[in-house]
Design a protein around this ligand. Sequence first.
Ligand code: AMP
Ligand code: MG
Length: 403
Amino acid sequence: MALLPVEEALRRIVEGVPPRPAERVPLDDALDRVLAEDIAARRTQPPWDTSAMDGYAVRAADVATVPARLRVIGAAPAGHSFQGTVGPGEAVRIFTGAPLPDGADAIVIQEDTERAGDEVTVLESSGIGRFVRKRGLDFAEGDVLLGAGRRADPRAIALAAAMNHADLSVHGRPRVAILSTGDELALPGSDPGPEKIIASNGFGLAAIVRRAGGIPVDLGIAADDREALAGAVAKARDSAADVLVTLGGASVGEHDIVQDVLVAEGLSLDFWKIAMRPGKPLMFGMFGASRFLGLPGNPVSAMITARLFLVPLIHALSGLTETRSGETNARLGADLGENDQRQDYLRAMSSIDPDGTLVVTPFGRQDSSMLATLARADALIIRPPFAPAAKAGETCRALLMDF
Ligand code: AMP
Ligand code: MG
């Protein structure tokens, strides 16, 4: 199979993905879920003209010339309206959030007054509408302010509450089964034998899945033999996850049997091998009703391909439509040679130039096993296929690290 361009691979992975069915959850459980329907305001906010400050509700005409002495005829704390009407020469003591009394058309702030008994002296004039929040300033009943496909972030949750919604319809969280493969793998914290390496990918992947809004399902580690793998695949089938991810065994070596075994177990393979670095050997297909992603075993390759392909897939399954690519323009901090046919994702450190430009400088070593470098990097420089050599100072594309 030819190497597939990154964009084409991504398109094929997310194309036609049905979002998980919706469920209703209380506001407190809605954080980071994706809204399954548009949300309209159930009331107008503020519901009436309201004071923006502590002070006195007055008729602006009465305080056009100052000082002006007014008779205080009542009070309106928040949550209580003053029942009468403010007439000429009168004022009502008012507090932030209280409805503006009938007859009043301006607020004088407390700091600009002197109070003596039931008389207040206004020292600064105030125009019509001053310090008054008009009814509906924020929104009106029926306004659709949150759209289906938006992530319920803290701002959305606050707004939904203000719109008088106690619960929200959100899409179910996609379940992502993760299977690590390799005879050499031992769990962190164990006492690995001399020929073992620590299995880090499954943990990194589970974290990426959680942060993307999915639920990781750990299928453990399968040895590099057909029987072990077939057994693990049977577990994967039982888990009925939305996505099955395998880690490792995706390359061309004779121990890379993931593809063989999965095809024998019913995988319908869409593509294998992407024109990118790190992460060339990447499989995608359908395994029963689950989407299947076979990610490379090299830890940096696994993490970066998960960010580029698994995260958008989880977003699509979550119903998320308002997404950002995380890509930006930046200035190169070092010279780069010309690129071959694979799109590069170079681990880099960013800084801000004195003129405010984002500068990204790649690490000298870009080995796909180097997790320490990945952890230090805060950006990936994206080098398109066949990019010509570039000098420090030239513009490039960068993906700011968000995982
Ligand atoms: P593979 O794709 O299975 O040939 O693996 C490529 C490299 O990644 C090998 O050095 C593996 O030991 C390593 N590797 C594979 N799976 C994991 C894992 N889960 N955690 C850490 N390293 C891994
Ligand atoms: Mg392996």
